[in-house]
Design a protein around this ligand. Structure first.
Ligand code: NAG
Ligand code: NAG
Ligand code: NAG
Length: 454
């Protein structure tokens, strides 16, 4: 997306590395996937499009592809109530899904990324610029169910292609915020997922990326071998499996400091629990992004102080910037500094500052990209909650999940200055979250996620 966000992320990365310096490896954050639209990329158009024009073109790409995929995947449709159920594992601060692919049922672990599109894993032979992974690297030459997307495929041809045909091969190069990218061959493969019935479900001809080159990914414990895109784009898991999963999925993330006894469950379709207390927020109907799940943010409350933002403050601007989207692949939440008519980030921070100031807390130097940090008084628990007032529902993050505890005796308000507003994973702890594309709703409610394990 924008350069400013990129630089903030880079700063965050370097400081996280510093803060978690007990770790041998630098921490890489795959914040959000975007279809690569930069000069030199296969997708770059000859004409210079404005940002709005580029966003529009990406929407066109998505619309053109969804129908095709839906018809293609109908042959995979399984009768209810048997549903896909994927285990969610945690690698340091990343949540990842684990399943198997190919005729030899090769295990992969992919970052759970609701802000991403393409599903990809590293492939052999990877001669250079691959990141280390603990799982053996997938070798398509050993799989009888593997094949490459032909250049004649709609994803590879015509003005709305999302990949590019180079030397007779359909290839991709996806860039992520934070500067990382991955490139490889667009492919078909069989995916095996556990089903709610207890059986394994096998799904053929799933489009995924076999990555032969990747740069600037550093997953802490090398558990992760790629990314599992659950966004809105035509090649995401959710779009490809739309008929099988009724275009909806759900997860509940255990709080980051808590141990994860068993894998959590990424649930789909009818397998998503019906909780009585769930609230429903409308997805933004003016969908300016083919990937992100945008919510209509109307106002924000910190503790008991409702700010009273003008309803247009968080609108997506004509140039494609602004708005709020929900993203499991973003660790922390961002609030936009450049909102319509006001700096929303500063305004929210001032309310936090007044809250802790009135309690006599001493400010300490900011760190990790967080600006507002305080010394923690002994046995202090009086953390301010934050409520995002959405169209249709109020999303409240309790004080304990709205702050980041520093080693030593301090804490920070866990919100980062952004050029877009993002509801990140930190603000999703102990929440049931359901993404329902058919009804254009995000549903949520408080839940003890430790109970939703495989
Ligand atoms: C596109 O933009 C670049 C740099 O901004 C400029 O050099 C180039 O002439 C432009 N191309 C067209 C077709 O407008
Ligand atoms: C998107 O599609 C519409 C209608 O098909 C077309 O008029 C418009 O020019 C397209 N926009 C871009 C940026 O390709
Ligand atoms: C992929 O895109 C990135 C960023 O645009 C670029 O630096 C990199 O060289 C590209 N990789 C390949 C293999 O094309």
């Amino acid at each position: 997306m924008s350069l400013a966000l990129y630089f903030i992320l880079i700063t965050l990365l370097s400081q996280l590395h510093f803060a978690f310096s007990d770790s041998p490896n630098p921490l890489g954050l795959s914040i959000r996937a975007t279809i690569d639209d930069s000069p030199g990329s296969p997708l770059y158009q000859i004409e210079n499009l404005t940002i709005a024009g580029r966003v529009e073109r990406l929407i066109n790409i998505s619309n053109a592809r969804v129908n095709y995929l839906n018809s293609n995947l109908h042959k995979n449709a399984k009768p209810n109530p048997d549903n896909i159920r994927i285990g969610i594992y945690r690698d340091f601060l990343f949540y990842a899904v684990g399943f198997t692919i190919g005729s030899q049922q090769h295990p992969v672990k992919l970052l759970l990324d609701t802000g991403g599109g393409l599903i990809w894993t590293q492939c052999q032979p990877c001669s250079h610029t691959c990141f280390p992974q603990r799982l053996p690297m997938f070798d398509p030459r050993l799989s009888s169910t593997y094949s490459k997307l032909p250049c004649s495929h709609q994803f590879c041809q015509g003005p709305n292609r999302i990949y590019d045909c180079v030397s007779g091969q359909c290839v991709y190069n996806v860039s992520y915020c934070g500067g990382s990218w991955t490139a490889g061959i667009a492919s078909f493969e069989s995916f095996q997922f556990p089903m709610s019935s207890g059986h394994m479900g096998s799904f053929n001809n799933i489009i995924f990326g076999c990555s032969y080159q990747s740069s600037d990914f550093a997953f802490k414990n090398n558990e992760i071998s790629g990314i599992f895109g659950l966004g809105m784009s035509p090649d995401s898991m959710v779009t490809q499996f739309a008929p099988v999963i009724q275009s909806r999925f759900s997860y509940c993330l255990i709080p980051f400091p808590d141990a994860m006894p068993r894998p959590l469950i990424l649930r789909f379709g009818e397998d998503i629990p019906q909780r009585p207390h769930l609230q429903s927020a409308l997805m933004w109907q003016v969908q300016l992004s083919p990937i992100f799940y945008y919510l209509e943010l109307l106002d924000i409350t910190v503790a008991n102080h409702r700010i009273g933002f003008h309803p247009d403050t968080f609108r997506i601007r004509p140039d494609g910037s602004g708005g709020l989207f929900i993203d499991s692949g973003a660790l922390f939440s961002f609030i936009d500094t450049n909102t319509v008519g006001i700096n929303a980030y500063e305004t929210v921070m001032q309310v936090y500052q007044a809250y802790y100031g009135s309690r006599g807390l001493r400010r300490i130097r900011g760190t990790l990209g967080f600006e507002l940090c305080y010394e923690t008084p002994p046995s202090y628990r009086d953390y301010a909650s934050i409520t995002f007032h959405l169209n249709g529902a109020d999303y409240t993050v309790p004080g304990i999940y709205g702050h980041f505890t520093l080693s030593g005796h301090g804490f920070c308000v866990a919100i980062i200055k952004g050029t877009a507003s993002i509801l990140g994973a930190w603000h999703q702890q102990n929440k049931r979250i359901i993404y329902d594309r058919n009804r254009a709703l995000i549903q949520f409610g408080d839940e003890q996620c430790v109970n939703d394990v495989l």
